[in-house]
Design a protein around this ligand. Structure first.
Ligand code: AMP
Length: 217
């Protein structure tokens, strides 16, 4: 089963993704995580991506599509299925994903759109923190680690992403409105769209998502 999580920045995709991969055994493919690693490793691709990420804009389609194609052709992705998190974000990316999956005789089985009130998003993102080592997501208000800078799970460093500041968040929201939100009618037309209300506690949001995935899985 191949599933995509769709939603504005701050909709809770990272938190839900962790639960989904645990229950359904999917390979977690987060283009944001892959790009952040490339930035940290200072690869040429990472340096190019960083310019766009720091400004809250999107990394060019061909760069991201190349990364995804490389990952989904690996044996674990083909055998276990993939949870796409933060990809596709544009119509050309969605078209490229459909074609790449079809080449392996696969398809996107479900697109789960997590809908949240835009007013709540800025507050949510600016209180978000993440573990640099294992990627676990925290919230300084609702789900803080015992020590603010140390991950409860792995002892790694808990930090605030450079692009989680208010000015950058507003630009990321604009990019979502202009480009990524167009994927909602796109996937509705392809018959694979499921919508869940993301303005609830993470466990309740997950309960709705897992119900959908158990039905189609
Ligand atoms: P995320 O962690 O998914 O919020 O992604 C963080 C940043 O990485 C985004 O604001 C973009 O600059 C970049 N990015 C991640 N995924 C994509 C994508 N599919 N297409 C273009 N840029 C992306």
């Amino acid at each position: 089963m191949n599933v995509m999580l769709l939603g504005a920045p701050g909709a809770g995709k990272g938190t839900q993704a962790a639960r989904i991969v645990e229950e359904f055994g999917l390979v977690h493919l987060s283009t944001g995580d892959i790009l952040r690693k490339a930035v940290a490793d200072r690869t040429p691709l990472g340096l190019e991506a960083k310019r766009h990420m720091d400004e809250g804009g999107l990394v060019p389609d061909e760069v991201v599509i190349g990364l995804v194609k490389e990952r989904i052709t690996q044996p674990d992705a083909q055998e276990r299925g993939v949870l796409f998190d933060g990809f596709p974000r544009t119509i050309p990316q969605a078209d490229a994903l459909g074609e790449a999956l079809a080449q392996s005789g696969l398809k996107l089985d479900a697109v789960v759109s997590v809908e949240v009130d835009p007013e709540a998003i800025v507050a949510r993102i600016t209180s978000r923190r993440q573990c640099r080592a294992c990627g676990r997501v925290y919230n300084t208000v609702t789900d803080a680690p015992a020590d603010p800078t140390v991950c409860d799970e792995c002892g790694g460093e808990v930090y605030q992403r450079d692009d989680d500041t208010e000015a950058v968040v507003r630009k990321r929201l604009a990019a979502y409105e202009e480009q990524t939100s167009k994927l909602i009618p796109y996937y509705a037309e392809h018959g694979t769209l499921y919508t869940v209300d993301g303005n609830r506690a993470p466990a309740d949001v997950y309960s709705s998502i897992s119900t959908v995935l158990r039905e189609i899985g």
